[in-house]
Design a binder for this molecule. Structure first.
Ligand SMILES: Nc1ncnc2c1ncn2[C@@H]1O[C@H](COP(=O)(O)OP(=O)(O)O)[C@@H](O)[C@H]1O
Ligand SMILES: [Mg+2]
Length: 407
């Protein structure tokens, strides 16, 4: 009871409509204040059948404090993606005042691409829960790579909320990933340069010297008289071993950096590598190789050569194959190299390194190498059904997008 009202009877009575309007205004102001201070427990959302009130039943402010102090965005949504609750962190992430976030659609913060592709995903995730990668669109137009963890909510939380979301800003971890990739790319470049240097040293010095010694040992063997049988045989054996050593050094040097790649191009080196593999291992190998009109960039050629080299290494080491097929083709704006073996296969999704710190880097390095030149690498393998490595690299713009002729 307020005595002040009774002391001013002269004031005309307010019409019921005005009183009602005042009350609603006061209510709206109070709701706004609560939203701004983050203590909102209820949200009114315009729906088809008029405004709907969503309340947080049994709201526990300890949980709210926890959620507000998180470094991730936290949201609850209705089935049609209206945001019922968002913490300050999410508002900061999308650079939008909290009072404009709450009650609006979550879709406005998704990039156009993600809006279309993620609709069915969100629907499915709302039932079973999942993690998805998206690009959020902030109010100022900036884009934020983010991971969204979605869970369907138990019905006893927000009265109508059906989806709970935790949104993690991935900007920092993407930046770190990019730095790591740049570093490993640089490492590969340094390794290639070093391999080239060692190959040259081996070729220019060790192989040349070995060849000179080989010629001298042949001369020595020739000069020894036939009657000096044991010495002559020993000299011949020495000459033979020197020949094998020179060959081995030349092979090592070629694997380190095939001079034929620089001189004659990718086709020649693919042929040389394939022939040598078949001769050394006894595994038959078919090579089909398209002839390009112009050479690929040096790093793309080297990448394809290294991938073939590692794939054939794996066939030799692991596959127990009888036959290998290598196809180098042009597919529209890509070149494609496929290495297929009919060996024992493996499970590419479950392939832990055998011993800690050893092995298991070949496939990873192949994939990384392909990505450095803008390409992709796919591994298809099934136990007892062979393995296929398929790498695709985009052609540089100056090369025509159609193959010119097959060999
Ligand atoms: N062509 C293949 N046939 C059968 N198994 C293979 C083949 N290529 C790879 N693997 C399997 O994948 C594993 C990983 O290969 P990789 O990453 O090159 O490492 P590493 O050859 O050093 O073991 C191998 O240990 C082998 O078990
Ligand atoms: Mg390997």
């Amino acid at each position: 009871m307020k005595p002040a009202r009774r002391q001013r009877p002269a004031r005309p009575a307010l019409s019921p409509q005005i009183a009602q309007l005042r009350a609603r205004l006061a209510e709206a102001q109070e709701t706004l204040r609560a939203i701004r201070s983050g203590e909102v427990d209820a949200v009114v959302v315009a729906g088809q059948g008029g405004p709907q009130v969503f309340t947080l039943q049994g709201a526990d402010h300890a949980y709210r404090a926890l959620i507000e102090s998180m470094n991730e965005g936290a949201l609850t949504l209705t089935a049609d993606k209206v945001i019922l609750y968002a913490n300050q962190c999410f508002a900061r992430m999308v650079k939008c005042p909290l009072e404009q976030v709450i009650g609006g659609s979550f879709r406005r913060f998704l990039s156009a691409e993600d809006q279309a592709t993620l609709r069915p995903l969100l629907k499915r995730a709302a039932q079973f829960g999942s993690k998805i990668q998206v690009v959020l669109r902030a109010l100022d137009g900036s884009q934020i790579p983010a991971q969204i963890s979605i869970r369907p909510l138990a019905k006893n939380g927000f009265s109508r909320a059906t989806i709970g979301m935790v949104v993690t800003d991935m900007t920092e971890s993407r930046r770190n990933e990019e730095m790591l990739r740049a570093l490993s790319h640089r490492l590969v470049q340094v390794q290639e340069a070093e391999r080239g240097r060692v190959a040259l040293e081996l070729h220019d010095h060790v192989t040349q010297l070995l060849c000179a010694v080989l010629v001298r040992s042949q001369a020595l063997a020739d000069r020894l008289p036939a009657r000096d049988g044991p010495s002559k045989r020993e000299a011949m054996k020495l000459r033979q071993m020197l020949g094998q050593t020179a060959e081995a050094v030349e092979r090592i040097s070629r694997n380190l950096r095939p001079s034929v790649l620089d001189a004659l191009g990718l086709g020649a080196v693919l042929r040389q590598t394939s022939t040598e593999f078949a001769r050394r291992t006894g595994v038959s190998l078919d090579l089909a190789c398209v002839q390009l009109t112009a050479r690929l960039p040096a790093d793309a050629e080297l990448t394809l050569y290294r991938i073939l080299q590692e794939a054939l290494n794996n066939v030799e080491k692991h596959a127990r194959a009888r036959h290998v097929a290598v196809h180098f083709t042009q597919r529209g704006p890509f070149v494609q190299l496929v290495i297929h073996d009919d060996g024992i296969g493996f499970d590419p999704d479950h392939n832990p390194p055998k011993r800690k710190g050893t092995g298991g880097l070949g496939l990873l390095t192949m994939r990384e190498r392909a990505s450095y030149v803008g390409g992709t690498l796919k591994v298809k393998s099934l136990r007892r059904a062979g393995t296929e490595i398929k790498v695709r690299i985009p052609l540089p713009p100056q090369l025509p997008a159609e193959p010119v002729r097959a060999p």
